[in-house]
Design a protein around this ligand. Structure first.
Ligand SMILES: *Cc1c(COP(=O)(O)O)cnc(C)c1O
Length: 390
């Protein structure tokens, strides 16, 4: 690279990534092949539209790439092309979710999503996001006692509010989600069921977490979290008489976006092929085992884990412990100084503020990619305990 300034910074970031213990639940490390596709000449190509329906010439090769990415996206989740369509053009998770609402929810209509401070995502209708300005959020949360979703309360709220769409799938919810219950509730109030699988898609692909596909109308997911691909997103839509795939395609382009990022789509295809390989099943299982080991060891050392544990790659540690511990910001700062990277996070019904909440969120996906096993995660738990103990 001729740009020595940027080259230096890239090298510095590479070193940083090598030297830290990365427990950011939404991060991962992609393969060299994914990087190669991202850094390819495909970035030079404009291809507004969809395969065989483009607004520019010269698409015979990129059409094949986009089609391959779609085929692989269906394959990795064992979906039949007669039953599911997929759009591989969303640039990231947030625009993917906006595209779904644009397709299915009239302006001002109701999006029922988990509130941010209980583990939902900004794009599930939060007021600072476009999704809370163009549409109206009907927020739900977790039960105070169990810190898990209370499906009876959810049903009551849904039937009362009659949202156009219910969003299930979260950014800081460590437990298995009862997808069938969500389906029943959506049917009871006549709403679409959208699953935002961003965090757990890789676990579902690897068979380590229940699949929402038998129950959902729409499934969105980022590709850069547990799926271990480039920053990108996918929107799956059920093929039936409602014409969802056509609505979704129109919402992504021309509704939301212009030309697709074909280097990114090629990298998605590469990642999805890796995700379908037998080694990825082992990886996904290990991710879950490692998170469980981390959670278990922290509990043994006296830390409170939100909901009492985890069924996935992530856990929330209540570091504040009602005043007996330290704030989430201080916890994350102290850990970073010691080379352990986490993010501060609210816990359900947090008594503190989002800028300095009571919790930290830990995830096992990135360090599992680097080969760590349960005993390593128990060791990490002991390190964390030493650093955070007041
Ligand atoms: C990460 C995430 C997103 C947004 O993804 P970006 O690529 O950061 O826009 C949306 N929903 C959920 C549940 C997420 O975890």
């Amino acid at each position: 690279m001729h740009d020595t300034q940027i080259k230096k910074l890239i090298d510095a970031e590479k070193r940083r990534q090598k030297n830290v213990i990365n427990l950011i639940a939404s991060e991962n490390y992609v393969s060299k092949d994914v990087l190669e596709a991202l850094g390819s000449e495909l970035t030079n190509k404009y291809a507004e539209g969809y395969s065989a329906l483009r607004y520019y010439g010269g698409n015979e090769i990129v059409d094949q790439i986009e089609n391959l990415a779609k085929t692989r996206a269906l394959t990795v989740f064992s979906l039949k092309p007669e039953e599911w369509a997929v759009n591989v053009q969303p640039l990231s998770g947030s625009p993917a979710n906006v595209a779904v609402y644009l397709a299915l929810v009239p302006q001002g209509g109701k999006i029922m999503g988990m509130s941010l401070d209980h583990g939902g995502h900004l794009t599930h209708g939060h007021k600072v996001s476009i999704t809370g300005k163009m549409w109206t959020q009907v927020p739900y949360g977790v039960s105070k006692e169990t810190e898990r979703i209370d499906y009876d309360a959810l049903r009551e709220l849904a039937v009362r509010e009659k949202p156009a769409i219910i969003v299930a799938g979260f950014t800081a919810y460590p437990r298995v989600i009862d997808w069938a219950k969500f389906r029943e509730i959506a049917d009871a109030c006549g709403a679409y069921l959208m699953v935002d699988l961003s965090h757990t898609a890789g676990l579902v692909a690897g068979g380590a977490y229940p699949s929402p596909f038998p129950y959902a109308d729409i499934v969105t997911t980022t590709v850069h979290k547990t799926l271990r691909g480039p920053r990108s997103a996918l929107i799956f839509s059920k093929k039936d008489t409602r014409g969802l795939p056509v609505k979704i395609d129109k919402a992504v382009f021309p509704g939301m976006q212009g030309g697709p990022h074909l280097n990114q789509i090629a990298a998605v295809a590469v990642a999805l092929q890796e995700d379908a390989a037998p080694a990825f099943k082992k990886y996904a299982a290990q991710v879950v085992k490692n998170a469980a080991a981390l959670s278990d060891e922290l509990q043994k050392l006296g830390w409170r884990i939100v909901s009492g544990g985890t069924d996935s790659h992530l856990l929330l540690v209540d570091v504040w412990m009602a005043g007996k511990g330290i704030g989430g910001k201080e916890a994350s700062d102290r850990l970073e100084k010691a080379g352990i990277i986490v993010n501060k996070n609210t816990i359900p019904n947090d008594a503190r503020s989002p800028v300095d909440p009571s919790g930290i969120r830990l995830g096992s996906a990135a360090e599992t990619t680097r080969g760590k096993k349960e005993k390593d995660f128990r060791e990490i738990a002991r390190k964390i305990d030493k650093i955070l103990r007041t």
